[in-house]
Write a protein that binds this ligand. Structure first.
Ligand SMILES: NC(=O)c1ccc[n+]([C@@H]2O[C@H](COP(=O)([O-])OP(=O)(O)OC[C@H]3O[C@@H](n4cnc5c(N)ncnc54)[C@H](O)[C@@H]3O)[C@@H](O)[C@H]2O)c1
Length: 248
């Protein structure tokens, strides 16, 4: 449906899970897909899978929290690929604990990767997108950033912060024709949730109006829309992909 021929899409944390599903969808739509992740072996496997599908892909080992490393990497990507049309800030982690037991290290790690990582990547890519006077930045937030969740104060704060970052960047970048939106997935079937029992899965489904968990592809489809010319009048929005779990 979408055609991203000659478009360069950079996705953080894309060696597996939702990020990889997003990478796969863009690769099938002819984009040049750049995977950024922590582990070289996992990156190579992911890139090879995309190439086997007939896609154009390259991988880069980097940590989104390393400001200098990201700045140098983005400059290298511009040299190698000429531009970055879309950045998808997807890298994210959880370190769940109840407030009383949460260690400061658990707070710092989650805030650093989920929120500061997106700040760093957005700031560094903005430099290049503003020269091109076009671009789309998509932040993968979470319904937890909207609703909160017991045992996830750090994660909820990071994703709520990411939604606020999205709105501020959208306002700052709009005059350069750069759009910034957030996607808030609900319960999505990934390696992480595959281990859940049928019972727990049924419990989750009960609170979801559409009565089922989502797939990484559901998230990928929205990312493609937000990166495409079909959404040129949409910026600063947070769109939930959650089967109706959150409505506002
Ligand atoms: N799975 C869900 O149900 C769900 C729901 C809502 C939101 N999300 C969000 O979607 C995104 C992807 O989630 P997922 O379930 O695919 O997770 P995942 O753990 O399967 O994948 C995350 C990827 O990010 C990479 N990563 C972690 N820290 C990094 C860093 N510092 N620098 C670069 N890469 C790093 C990991 O190596 C991994 O490949 C996350 O931001 C998550 O918070 C997931």
């Amino acid at each position: 449906m979408y055609d991203f021929l000659d478009k360069v899409v950079l996705i953080t944390g894309a060696a597996r899970g939702i990020g990889f599903a997003i990478a796969e969808s863009f690769a099938k739509a002819k984009a040049t897909v750049l995977i950024l992740d922590l582990n070289q072996e996992a990156i190579d496997t992911a890139v090879n899978r995309l190439i086997d599908l007939g896609g154009k892909a390259a991988g880069y080992m980097a940590n989104v929290t390393n400001s200098k490393g990201i700045e140098e990497l983005f400059a290298r990507i511009i040299q190698e690929h000429g531009k970055i049309d879309a950045l998808i800030n997807n890298a994210g982690v959880t370190r769940d604990n109840l407030m009383l037991r949460m260690k400061e290290e658990e707070w710092d790690l989650v805030l650093n990767i989920n929120l500061k990582g997106a700040f760093i990547c957005s700031q560094k890519v903005f430099k290049h997108m503003m020269k091109a006077r076009s671009g789309s930045i998509i932040n993968i937030a979470s319904v937890i950033g909207i609703m909160g969740n017991a045992g996830q104060a750090n994660y909820a704060a990071s994703k709520g912060g990411l939604i606020a970052l999205t709105k501020s960047c959208a306002k700052e970048f709009a005059s350069r024709n750069i759009r910034v939106n957030a996607v808030a997935p609900g319960f999505i079937e990934t390696e992480m949730t595959a281990t859940l029992s049928d019972e727990i899965r049924a419990e989750y489904a009960k609170v979801i109006p559409l009565n089922q968990m989502g797939s990484p592809l559901d998230v990928a489809k929205l990312c493609m829309f937000l990166a495409s010319d079909e959404s040129t009048y949409i910026t600063g929005q947070t769109i939930a992909v959650d089967g109706g779990l959150t409505m506002h």
